[in-house]
Design a protein around this ligand. Structure first.
Ligand code: ASP
Length: 329
């Protein structure tokens, strides 16, 4: 199987039909694999999935197919939305989502071996793992498609796809927007993946974080190389009035080696109704969830609060991806 090549070559842009065949058998490991054509294709398919679910709840597109959902780190939304996606398409799931204490990993099995065993039973594997690059390791030992559901502080490509899809759904377009990312930009893998995807569009980026949680240089250098209008600040009020998308994140406690340091920054930002008063009338507040205090629940009833709709969109995007990699688009 080809590894980490763009899912479509530029030549494929001439393909007459937007068939899912371009995704068939591919791993989804990093947002670097997607060009705009593929993104549009996935969003179109996700929209179809949404219409289908709203009309009939589910179909038999993936009947007979099995997904192994292997989560070495806690997850609620990502794992359950992948499971819901598979089941709404008529497939079934091996859910290894209770943590590794219940799996052979606790007996010392390597990731490569676990993957080689799982592919004996499953047609596609979704993996979450605490180490950067683990999804690539898994993909290297698998002959079935591997979907990266978060590799430590590295990437979370399917989250970035659902984030982009949500922006498009909520605001109609991705171009011309100012996107402000707030919170733990250092360890927040969803921020890393979303930032890289947004570089394909005509956007302005604002990064709001405490000093110790600034965006990693590797990602910032890509932003600078892309020539995007970018600014960093510690203060939400510097950006709120001009923001179209306020992307709020949790401080990633599990990545800190010094918990004292975590305590110092954990409550750095709380988005309150007072802050929302200074925001545009047409803007969206997003969050990959779970939130642990960064957004006051009083905002939940504000029509601009999109985070629960965002979570639902995750299911449609994952339906589109599973159908695509399994060649049943
Ligand atoms: N659910 C997201 C992730 O897995 C965000 C978070 O955990 O804060 O990265």
């Amino acid at each position: 199987m080809e590894k980490l090549k763009p899912l479509f070559n530029l030549d494929d842009l001439k393909a007459p039909v937007l068939s899912g065949n371009g995704l068939t058998g591919k791993d989804i490991l990093s947002v670097g694999q997607f060009d705009k054509y593929t993104l549009d294709y996935i969003f179109t398919r996700a929209k179809e999935m949404q219409n289908m679910v709203e009309k009939v709840g589910g179909v038999d597109l993936l009947k007979g197919k099995v997904l192994a959902c292997m989560f070495y780190e806690p997850s609620t939304r990502t794992s359950s939305s992948f499971i819901a996606a598979m089941e709404r398409l008529g497939g079934s799931v091996i859910p290894i989502t209770q943590g590794v204490q219940f799996s052979s990993v606790s007996k010392g099995e390597t990731l490569a071996d676990s993957i080689k065993v799982l592919e004996q039973y499953a047609d596609v594997i979704v993996l979450r793992h605490p180490e950067i690059g683990s999804a690539q390791v898994a993909a290297d030992s698998a002959s079935v498609p591997v979907l990266n559901a978060g590799d430590g502080p590295g990437e979370h490509p399917t989250q970035a796809l659902l984030d982009l899809f949500t922006i498009k759904e909520e605001l109609g377009s991705l171009d011309g927007l100012t996107v402000s990312m707030v919170g733990d930009l250092r360890y927040g893998r969803t921020v890393h993946s979303l930032t890289k995807l947004l570089l394909k569009y005509n956007v302005k980026l604002r990064f709001v974080s405490p000093e110790i949680l600034r965006l990693p240089l590797t990602v910032m250098n890509q932003v600078i190389d892309a020539g995007v209008d970018v600014r960093e600040t510690h203060d939400v009020s510097d950006v709120i009035g001009n923001t179209d998308v306020l992307y709020v994140t949790r401080v990633q406690k599990e990545r800190f080696t010094d918990l004292q340091q975590y305590e110092e920054v954990k409550d750095f930002y709380v988005i309150t109704p007072e802050i929302m008063e200074k925001a545009k009338e047409k803007m969206v507040v997003m969050h990959p969830l779970p939130r642990v205090g960064e957004i006051d629940p009083a905002i939940d009833s504000d029509p601009r609060a999109a985070y629960f709709r965002q979570a639902r969109n995750g299911m449609y995007i994952r339906m589109a991806l599973l159908a695509g990699v399994l060649g049943r688009a």
